[in-house]
Design a protein around this ligand. Structure first.
Ligand code: ADP
Ligand code: ASP
Ligand code: MG
Length: 503
């Protein structure tokens, strides 16, 4: 078969697939296996939890504790050196890689020193610092692949062609330029049987050519951006589970692998923590209709989960409830007053305050009779937003004592009378295309939860007919997820015993 008939795959290896030497060697063997029959582009995350560890080092440095910061980095360095030693067989390549890593650790140390002196750090410097996780892992994988006899080329996301706006911490690619650049840099390489090995997560600003990141979990996005630009046949996201499951396997031990789901369902699921994937990571693939497959690096024979367009995903697959997701680390803000509901100007005021503070709404509901609007936001954003709402809506003193969760109300000349909040709640969602159109599902959801004696504080249904979400206390989360998983996912297989293990 001529080369041009080969399929093109973009393969991304997540942190768990590059956790240590053993995992890297397993990932290398997968690339080697596919490289014979296909054109490949490899995208790497940082090794294991390197990004979290880098953040920890930064935290110590910001507090002025350079010693602790350096200790955290020296632990990372030890893992890196060990990985080079054990995965790059060719001693020349190993030596080169070690030298290169040494220079990177020099740069890391200079940043740490600066931060510990300034006790401050800009989003720009943070992105620069975090980029080392992917640079180091990718250089190891490149050397290990070369050492295994493959022709490779190391490229940072920026060198590959991903250029973005200046939103440090969560950059948005400038698509037209990015697509052109990616094609120009990658196509000649794969046509020449060279495997580009690209750092996930990091890119470059269009204007200043500065290092920037695509946000946590951004390597999936790197892979789909590349796939869409070069019209790849498929994206393979290699991870440590057999696919996307019907619930978080850490809560439901007998969760099922979903064989096929649509892009929209997968986006919705990733918003609820499934496979810690960025919801926007699927957009480029969805736009071009490129299938995305989630595969287990440590169990590569299993087909995994195939994510594709709604029409294709419907083929032979049941609609209705497919999965149960949940989101903790959230909080509810309740705003009450006269004429809030039905008065557009009043609601706009609330949104403006949120926008001013850069706070996104995860879920929202309103009650006409009680003239109340409830918003779910990320928990760490609660204090600042409650303070701002009280100040701007109730004309209160901005002091919100950390411990007081109680209603703060008083007579004033605004339409608002009360702002209160709960910080010990979770969102639970049942997900699946077409389920809201199926009569009776919402009723079954709420009666299942009620049977557990769990009190539902707030409900929202997406107009996309893809999820029903509700808010409950944190302590009830696992019980609600288990009960719903049993009712909707496990029940259809009555012959199998139900083994719900509560975490
Ligand atoms: P990677 O390191 O490959 O990027 P992630 O840690 O980002 O992997 O995502 C994989 C993890 O997502 C799994 O190990 C699993 O614990 C978690 N997870 C949460 N919910 C789900 C789900 N519904 N299906 C599959 N995995 C899930
Ligand atoms: N290493 C980055 C993170 O941990 C990006 C990724 O893994 O996708 O968020
Ligand atoms: Mg990830």
């Amino acid at each position: 078969m001529s080369q041009d008939h080969k399929k093109t795959f973009v393969m991304k290896f997540g942190g768990s697939s590059l956790g240590g030497s053993k995992e890297i060697l397993q990932s290398v063997s997968i690339v080697k296996k596919y490289s014979g029959q296909s054109k490949l582009i490899v995208v790497c995350s940082a090794m294991g939890d390197t990004t979290d560890r880098l953040l920890k080092a930064i935290d110590h440095a910001k507090k002025g504790d350079l010693e602790k910061a350096r200790k955290t980095i020296s632990d990372i360095r030890a893992s890196i050196e060990k990985a080079i030693d054990q995965t790059v067989e060719d001693s020349g390549l190993g030596q080169q890689c070690t030298e290169w890593a040494k220079e990177r650790f020099g740069e890391i140390d200079r940043v740490l020193l600066g931060i510990s002196l300034l006790r401050d750090l800009s989003p720009r410097s943070l992105d620069y610092f975090l980029s080392f996780g992917e640079k180091l892992s990718t250089s190891i994988v490149t050397a290990a692949l070369s050492s295994a006899g493959l022709r490779t080329r190391y490229l940072t996301g920026g060198e590959a062609g991903i250029v973005t706006d200046e939103t440090f911490g969560s950059a948005e690619p400038v698509l037209k330029v990015t697509n052109e650049k990616l094609k120009a840099s990658l196509l000649p390489l794969i046509d020449d049987s060279v495997i580009p090995v690209v750092t996930g997560y990091i890119a470059e600003t269009l204007e200043g050519h500065e290092v920037i990141t695509l946000g946590r979990g951004g390597s999936d996005y790197t892979a789909t951006l590349i796939a869409a630009a070069i019209d790849a046949d498929e994206v393979l996201l290699w991870t440590d589970v057999d696919g996307i499951m019907s619930a978080d396997p850490r809560i439901i031990h007998n969760a099922r692998i979903l064989e096929q789901i649509s892009y929209l369902e997968a986006m919705e699921m990733s918003a609820f923590g499934a496979k810690a994937m960025q919801p926007r990571a699927l957009e480029p693939a969805a736009r071009k209709g490129i299938p995305v497959r989630i595969k287990n690096t440590f169990n590569p024979e299993v087909p995994g989960t195939l994510i594709l367009s709604t029409d294709d995903a419907a083929n032979g697959v049941k609609t209705g409830v497919k999965a149960v997701g949940s989101l903790t680390n959230v909080g509810v803000v309740n705003i009450s007053g006269t004429s809030i509901v039905g008065s557009p100007g009043t609601a706009v005021k609330i949104f403006e305050i949120l926008k001013e503070h850069g706070v996104g709404i995860l879920m929202m509901s309103q009650s006409v009779s009680e003239n109340n609007v409830s918003l779910v936001i990320r928990r760490n954003e609660l204090p600042k937003i409650v303070r701002a709402l009280k100040k701007d809506l109730l004309m209160e003193d901005p002091e919100v004592s950390g411990s007081s969760k109680n209603a703060s109300s008083r007579e004033n000349n605004t339409k608002f009378s009360k702002v209160d909040y709960e910080d010990d709640v979770s969102i639970v969602a049942v997900l699946g295309r077409g389920m809201i159109g199926t009569p009776g599902i919402a009723g079954r959801v709420f009666s299942t939860v009620a049977k557990q004696g769990i009190n539902i504080r707030m409900i929202a249904q997406g107009s996309s007919e893809i999820n029903i979400s509700f808010v409950i206390k944190d302590k009830d989360r696992n019980r609600a997820v288990s009960a719903l998983h049993e009712e909707f996912v496990e029940k259809p297989l009555e012959d199998k015993p139900v083994l719900v293990n509560k975490a």
